[in-house]
Design a protein around this ligand. Structure first.
Ligand SMILES: [Zn+2]
Ligand SMILES: [Zn+2]
Length: 194
């Protein structure tokens, strides 16, 4: 369910240990770290005998070396616990206004959408003002919406046939169950199979 790794030093066991500490948030595409956190709120992961910052580990495993003199910024989501390498950008030295550190990276250098699909010719469409949109994500979002919509409709229809009224609690349970179904059915597609 995670894309393939570009760093040849990573063993399958390393990868398994790392991925077990990540929970993917389907809405935002964030890879939320559920393992240990540093005082600053960043994930911590020990690898090759050293405790490391999890977002840096993710970046070097999935995207490659961080160029000398640059540091990583959560340019896409601003969420310190996120370790999705495509939510991170290598930017020049930290400046007071973090947003300005990310300016210029967002369109020019970001090569993948927040869920990790490539912004290539076939997979990119443009909105007014030149903002890019991932075609795969648009289709997936539509499918997710339709699974939720159809599932809720079916549940209401069934309840009506049985003469029951769905409570708020029932609805919450139904939404939860549908979300799990969406996760199961679509997550492999969202993140590609290595
Ligand atoms: Zn994120
Ligand atoms: Zn995408």
């Amino acid at each position: 369910m995670f894309p393939s790794i570009v760093n040849a030093d990573v063993t399958p066991r390393d990868r398994q240990r790392f991925e077990k500490k990540v929970q993917i948030d389907l809405e935002t595409g964030c890879w939320v770290w559920i393992g240990a956190l540093s005082r600053a709120g960043y994930g911590q992961f020990s690898w090759q005998g050293k405790v490391r910052i999890a977002p840096r580990v993710a970046y070097t495993w999935w995207r490659g070396e961080i160029p000398a003199g640059l540091h990583l910024d959560h340019c896409v989501c601003k969420y310190p616990r996120c370790v999705n390498p495509w939510h991170l950008e290598a930017v020049t030295q930290r400046v007071n206004n973090e947003r300005s550190a990310c300016v210029g990276t967002l369109n020019a250098q970001v090569t993948h959408c927040p869920r990790g699909h490539p912004y290539d010719d076939a997979n990119t469409e443009y909105h007014d003002g030149g903002r890019r949109r991932c075609v795969t994500c648009r289709r997936l979002d539509n499918r997710i919406r339709s699974v939720l919509y159809n599932g809720i409709r079916a549940a209401k229809r069934q309840a009506a046939q049985e003469g029951r009224v769905l409570t708020e609690e029932d609805m919450a349970d139904i939404r939860e169950a549908l979300k799990r179904e969406v996760d199961r059915r679509l997550v492999a597609e969202l993140y590609g199979v290595a």
